[in-house]
Design a protein around this ligand. Structure first.
Ligand code: FES
Length: 181
C-alpha cells in the first residue's frame, strides 16, 4: 500500500515536472518571439538615399540603424583638388552618376563624439579631443585612429541602399579603405 502511494506520488511528480518543463519551453518560445525583430523592423535596417537630392558642398545628416550618417556631395573643384593633392582619398568617395559623395558614419573613431563639418575649412573637427578629418572624412590629426567609417552600401541606379553590401563596398573593405560597421 505504502509502495503504491509512493508510486502514485512519483508519477504525479513526474507528470507535474513534465507540465512545468512544457510550460517553461512555452514561456521560452514566447520570449524568443518577443525578442526576434518583426519583419518590418528588419526592413528598417536599410536606409535608401536618393542621391539626386543632395547639393554640392552641403552636408546632410541622415540616419541608419540609429547612427548619424554624413552625406556630402563633392564639387567638381574639390575633386580636381583631391586628384592633384590627395589622390588616395578619392577612393573613399562613392561615385554615382557624375557625382562623388562622402558617405560615412558621423561618429568619431576615437571615442564616438559627433564631429562638426566646417565648410570654410573643408574638414570635420571633433571638438572632444581635437581630432580632424578632411573633406573625404579621412583622418588628418590624431587621436582618431582612422577615418570615419563607411557604412555598408549598395548602389542601385541613382539610389544608395545603406545596410546592403554591394561590390563597391566590398572592394573598399578589401582595400582597407574602411572597417566593417
Ligand atoms: S572622440 Fe573625437 S577626438 Fe576623441
Amino acid at each position: 500500500m505504502a509502495n503504491n502511494t509512493k508510486g502514485r506520488r512519483d508519477f504525479m511528480g513526474m507528470a507535474l515536472g513534465g507540465f512545468t518543463a512544457l510550460g517553461g519551453i512555452g514561456a521560452l518560445y514566447a520570449m524568443k518571439r518577443t525578442w526576434d525583430p518583426l519583419p518590418s523592423v528588419k526592413a528598417a535596417g536599410f536606409t535608401t538615399l536618393n542621391m539626386d537630392d543632395y547639393k554640392e558642398g552641403e552636408l546632410v545628416v541622415e540616419k541608419w540603424r540609429g547612427k548619424p550618417i554624413f552625406v556630402l556631395k563633392q564639387s567638381a573643384d574639390t575633386i580636381k583638388k583631391l586628384k592633384a593633392e590627395k589622390p588616395d582619398d578619392l577612393k573613399r568617395l562613392i561615385k554615382i552618376g557624375d557625382g562623388h559623395y562622402t558617405v560615412c558614419v558621423g561618429l568619431c573613431t576615437h571615442l564616438g563624439c559627433i564631429p562638426g563639418f566646417r565648410p570654410e575649412k573643408q574638414d570635420f573637427l571633433c571638438a572632444c579631443h581635437g581630432g580632424l578629418y578632411d573633406i573625404t572624412a579621412e583622418v588628418t590629426k590624431a587621436p582618431p585612429p582612422r577615418g570615419l567609417d563607411i557604412p555598408p552600401y549598395k548602389i542601385d541606379g541613382t539610389k544608395l541602399v545603406l545596410g546592403e553590401t554591394g561590390p563597391e563596398y566590398e572592394k573598399m573593405l578589401a582595400d582597407g579603405i574602411t572597417m566593417p560597421v
